[in-house]
Design a protein. Structure first.
Length: 96
């Protein structure tokens, strides 16, 4: 599956779950999907199977993570359902 197809499915699942989602162009290195909902901000870098983020993308994702945002790297559409269903407490437990 292409990166754009994966991105479209993930973004649509987030929208269906009530998130405000953007996949519009962002500064170079920023995650492909930015989703805002409730008290959560989810940032997702999407790659095709077997592909890895660039060095700049890795640095940017780490910066967002260190600022307290949820940051994910996804190469398929399976993981997004469990991310959507996580509570704030689940997210906080992952950060420990």
């Amino acid at each position: 599956m292409s990166e754009s197809a994966i991105q479209k499915i993930i973004a649509n699942k987030l929208r269906k779950a009530g998130y405000l989602v953007t996949t519009m162009s962002a500064p170079v290195g920023w995650p492909d999907i930015r989703a805002f909902g409730g008290m959560r901000t989810i940032l997702i870098e999407v790659k095709r199977k077997g592909k890895k983020p660039s060095e700049l993308q890795e640095v940017i994702m780490e910066k967002f993570y260190n600022l307290g945002y949820e940051v994910y790297l996804m190469d398929d559409t399976k993981e997004i359902d469990s991310v959507i269903n996580m509570s704030i407490n689940d997210v906080l437990k992952l950060r420990k």
